[in-house]
Write a protein that binds this ligand. Structure first.
Ligand code: PMT
Length: 406
């Protein structure tokens, strides 16, 4: 189960030009499996119509608490009890003030008073307002009460000013929400994750690599951090931003990755090797750019098998490997699990374009060294990451700690 999968959420939208971004947020929350009821303030309806939210959420939009014909009038109590969290995005200065004072003059503010679940607010407002003493005091009051109020982004605002006041990016809001909701079941663990491709130089401008974007490994690092672990992320070159709390170790080649992994593996309690390490490197990379149009033969030499080495050397860490396969995935996964001596192997079919390399989603087979095998349906990599960590926790609980050397 992911932090968001199957969770019932309320998305409150208030009257800001950034209200349209709440549509993208809603789409992402539902994509990650949340059931979302949207609650619009009267001003928000001036910016985006209720029909858009109703269509995307699949639920009626909650609008008017005081319309006697509306069933919404009693719904706020039931919803306040059911909701796993309330997210207000965008949260205007007006909404922050009302929430800080405990006013309840519409559906959303009443829900905020009635609810006992975590509340996350993503503010958006015009230049200078965020720094106004009244807003600063209201935000401090809300934070003291346990409300998570995100910092708005800095940049160009609708008024033309450039200041801190932009609604945080959808990914940042979702990540904060997952942190608010997620279990802290990896607190005290030290998790080492590898991600991305390696680059093996041919000459100063060319290299051997592969299509790994790093998304799978970064999702694992973010999930482990969210769940309370101290995370070290050893990553080949990617376009991604590492999770802010992780210790980040950038590398280029397989040799560099090996060195970094062996250095950090000793302290790790869980090692997850999602990186796509190049199996071969050029035997003798050229010192200068290779010129000319003649045929060229490149002599390759195998790279060290980092995963097998970590598994052989570990003294108690739980080791998870990946397997990138194009056919007979289950048979190859079982063989790789045994050859590499890992506890859990996560196999994916990299012949498909919709999963595996450079895709948002993955569909994996989990094979463990105690004979278990379980296929997971296609889902976003953030959800796959949580499922892998769930499997690690369950396997460790069910079986004795792995032996030092097998
Ligand atoms: O990065 P993304 O775009 O999100 O794509 C995700 C992914 C497809 C890269 C990921 O899901 C995945 O499958 N990672 C492993 C890719 C790989 O190298 O698979 P492999 O079957 O060649 O290697 C098996 C295992 O040995 C892997 O854990 C790998 O990290 C490790 N290995 C491989 C070679 C080597 N020299 N040293 C290693 O440690």
């Amino acid at each position: 189960m992911t932090a968001l999968g199957g969770r019932e959420l309320v998305l409150g939208v208030t009257g800001s030009i950034a209200a349209y971004k709440a549509v993208y947020l809603l789409r992402e929350l539902t994509r990650q499996g949340a059931r979302v009821s949207v609650c619009l303030s009267a001003h928000a309806r001036e910016f985006v119509g209720a029909l858009t939210f109703r269509t995307l959420s699949g639920h009626p939009v909650l609008e008017d608490l005081f319309d006697p014909r509306s069933e919404d009038a009693v719904e706020h109590v039931a919803l306040a009890e059911r909701a796993a969290a309330i997210v207000v995005a965008p949260a205007t200065a007006n909404l922050l003030a009302k929430a800080a004072q405990g006013l309840a003059d519409d559906f959303l503010t009443t829900l905020l008073l009635a609810g006992r679940c975590p509340v996350l607010m993503a503010p958006a407002m015009d230049g200078g307002m965020w720094e106004h003493p009244a807003v600063v005091a209201n935000v401090a009051t809300l934070r003291r009460r346990g409300v998570v109020v995100l910092e708005p982004d800095r940049g160009a605002l609708a008024s033309g000013l450039s200041a801190q006041g932009r609604l945080p990016e959808v990914e940042a809001i979702v990540e904060a929400l997952r942190a608010v909701l997620g279990p802290r079941d990896l607190a005290g663990e030290r998790v080492l994750v590898t991600a991305g491709p390696t680059r093996e130089p041919i000459d100063p401008v060319r290299y051997i690599s592969n299509r790994s974007s790093g998304r799978m490994g970064y999702a694992l690092a973010a999930a482990a951090g969210r769940r309370g672990a101290a995370v070290t992320l050893v990553s080949g070159p990617t376009a991604l931003t590492p999770p802010p709390a992780a210790t980040f170790v950038p590398v280029e080649t397989a040799e560099e990755m090996r060195e970094a992994v062996l250095q950090h593996a000793e302290a790790a309690t869980i090692v997850v090797k999602a990186a796509a390490v190049a199996d071969y490197r050029a035997q003798r990379p050229a010192a200068a750019k290779i010129k000319g149009k003649r045929d060229l033969t490149l002599d390759l030499t195998p790279n060290p098998d980092i995963l097998a080495e970590v598994a052989a050397r570990r003294t108690g860490a739980f080791v998870v490997g990946f397997a990138a396969e194009t056919h007979e995935v289950a048979a190859h996964a079982r063989a790789k699990l045994e050859a590499k001596g890992v506890d859990l192997l996560v196999a994916n079919d990299v012949s498909r374009r919709d999963i595996g390399f450079d895709a948002d989603d993955n569909e994996v087979l989990l094979v463990d060294r105690w004979g278990g095998a379980r296929g997971l349906p296609r889902m976003p990599k953030v959800a796959v990451a949580d499922a892998i960590l769930d499997a690690v926790i369950a396997l460790r609980a069910a079986h004795a700690a792995p032996k030092a050397v097998r």
